[in-house]
Design a binder for this molecule. Structure first.
Ligand code: KIV
Length: 267
């Protein structure tokens, strides 16, 4: 029997019951099927694929076609988790009509169940139209990496009263526009708690404290695949990058020394 997929109403139920929601990123079939098999609730095919896998400096250059390619690989590996496709820069900003068409591509061509997009007031109308066409939308407030040039960097957002009030207003507006959940990135824990208490849809935090309804991390960060990148908000659960390099070096050494292949690897 096919496993029951996590739905947007399951997430609202989890918030009501105080059951934490888990989300991690994946960009490929292997990692997605591992996460799904381990019981993750949500898998985000983040536009962080740009800096994490594709070698771009930030998320700005990521294209729709690149996102669709990675989302297709992920959805082929997932039975239970809800898969969310991250709408890349300029796939939803120019017009709401274009945004609806691009959101539709994520569902039709890649088989994801929902899309995520960044921003507050400026995207309310677009979100209403996407949701109105039957596509679930996740919002994203706080540090929004697609606006890195406008924000002037990757610092904590919502630290002063004015920014905090605006974010609270934006969160309420996103809920009204129809989002099923909101990512809160790199904001003070107190503000995240306040937003979480004041809206009916679940908040998913990254660098936003323990009181969000759920948590998300970039999987490559929590595995220690990027040895040089260690943000304060991310916890390293392993040092996979170091272990991979140890294996590569060992293989090179063994081939050079004619230790590999041994008898047992030969026919
Ligand atoms: O692209 C991404 O991975 C994200 C998460 C950090 C939430 O947006």
């Amino acid at each position: 029997m096919a496993e029951k997929k996590v739905t947007t109403s399951d997430l609202v139920e989890m918030k009501k019951k105080g059951e934490k929601i888990t989300m991690l990123t994946a960009y490929d079939h292997l990692m997605a099927s591992q996460l799904d098999g381990c019981g993750i609730d949500l898998i985000l095919v983040g536009d962080s694929v740009g800096n994490v896998l594709l070698g771009y400096e930030n998320t700005i250059p990521v294209t729709m076609d690149e996102m669709i390619h990675h989302c297709r690989a992920v959805t082929r590996g997932v039975k239970r988790a809800m898969v969310i496709g991250d709408m890349p820069f300029m796939s939803y900003q120019a017009s709401s009509e274009e945004a609806v068409r691009n959101a539709g591509r994520f569902l039709k061509e890649a088989g994801v169940e929902a899309v995520k997009l960044e921003g507050g007031k400026e995207v309310f109308k677009t979100i209403k139209m996407i949701v109105g066409s039957g596509i679930p939308v996740m919002g994203h407030l706080g540090l929004t990496p697609q606006s890195v040039y406008k924000l002037g960097g990757y610092g904590v957002r919502g630290k002063d009263k004015e920014q905090a009030l605006k974010m609270l207003e934006d969160a309420r507006g996103l809920e009204e526009a129809g989002v099923f959940s909101i990512v809160l990135e790199k904001i003070p824990a107190k503000l995240a708690k306040k937003i979480t208490q004041q809206i009916g849809v679940p908040t998913i935090g990254i660098g936003a404290g323990v009181d969000c309804d759920g948590q998300v991390l970039v999987t490559h960060d929590m595995l220690g695949l990027f040895e040089g990148f260690k943000p304060k908000f991310s916890k390293r659960y392993a040092e996979v990058g170091k272990e991979m390099k140890r294996c590569y070096r060992k293989y090179i050494e063994e081939v050079k020394n004619k230790e590999f292949p041994a008898e047992e690897h030969s026919y």
